[in-house]
Design a protein around this ligand. Structure first.
Ligand code: PGA
Length: 259
């Protein structure tokens, strides 16, 4: 059973989907569905250009808005990048860093992920740090080595105090967008392991308070397998978050497993 210090978080990652007008409608529909529920934190991580519309529609509702990336410098000649202060001023509360698609397609390394996480935390954003092994690493039996290294490198230099604003999303890369999911045993094993790595680096209190989400093809049919696990505190949902009703069904599964 989960300690009550950790709130369940159900976060959607829209990736490169939804124009601002589509975002407006989807946030409104999601907010209407989740109105009245208080037991979990609901976050939608939207494309940068959707942020103003999403924040406006989400204001006064249970939905919090996140972004999907942030640059590590405060400002300057970094064409195409977005700084943490810009996101904050637009009303963003959360930011994803280190998503596997950024690592795979955009040259993101543990060093740049770490710099982005630090910049976001220093500015006052909450960070959803994504990490996880690729299939060949799982098959080679080195999942724990990989996840341990990512956890240590990506969180290097972050203080125990700042850890209060960190969420880790364990996303096995082979399960993202593939329809494959980790088994509940695999998810629990790795999430408990990540918590142990955080305990060793930041202490028992930080580890106990750290929300760890599972991500990778979570949908309304399989979500409750994960919400029963003691070290899994919610989900990072890609594809299924684009449909507000599916996203809400996932959230309902998490509520069914409260207490
Ligand atoms: P998916 O994506 O749910 O579509 O597999 C998860 C993610 O990339 O965060």
């Amino acid at each position: 059973m989960k300690p009550s210090v950790r709130k369940t978080i159900i976060a959607g990652n829209w990736k490169m989907n939804m124009t601002p007008s589509a975002a407006r409608a989807a946030v409104a529909e999601t907010a209407a569905l989740v109105a009245g529920q208080a037991s979990c934190e609901v976050v939608l991580c939207v494309p940068f250009v959707d942020v103003p519309a999403a924040v406006e529609v989400a204001r006064g509702t249970n939905v919090k808005i996140g972004a999907q990336n942030v640059h590590f410098e405060k400002k300057g000649a970094f064409t195409g990048e977005i700084a943490a202060d810009m996101l904050l001023e637009c009303g963003v509360e959360y930011v994803i860093v280190g998503h596997s698609e950024r690592r795979q397609y955009f040259g993101e390394t543990d060093e740049t992920v770490n710099r982005r996480a630090k910049a976001a935390l220093e500015a006052g954003l909450k960070v959803i740090l994504c990490l996880g092994e690729v299939l060949s690493q799982r098959q080679a039996g080195i999942t724990e080595e990989i996840v341990s290294l990512q956890t240590k490198l990506d969180l290097a230099g972050i203080t125990a105090e700042q850890m209060k604003n960190v969420v880790i999303a364990y996303e096995p890369v082979w399960a993202i967008g593939t329809g494959l999911t980790a088994t509940p045993e695999q998810a629990e094993e790795v999430c408990a392991f990540i918590r142990a790595v955080v305990r060793a680096g930041f202490g028992a209190r930080a580890a106990r308070g750290l929300p760890i989400l599972y991500g990778g093809s979570v949908n309304p049919e399989n979500a409750d397998d994960f919400f029963l696990l003691p070290d899994v505190d919610g989900a990072l949902v890609g594809g299924a978050s684009l449909d507000p009703r599916k996203f809400f069904s996932i959230l309902e599964e998490s509520e069914n497993n409260e207490d």
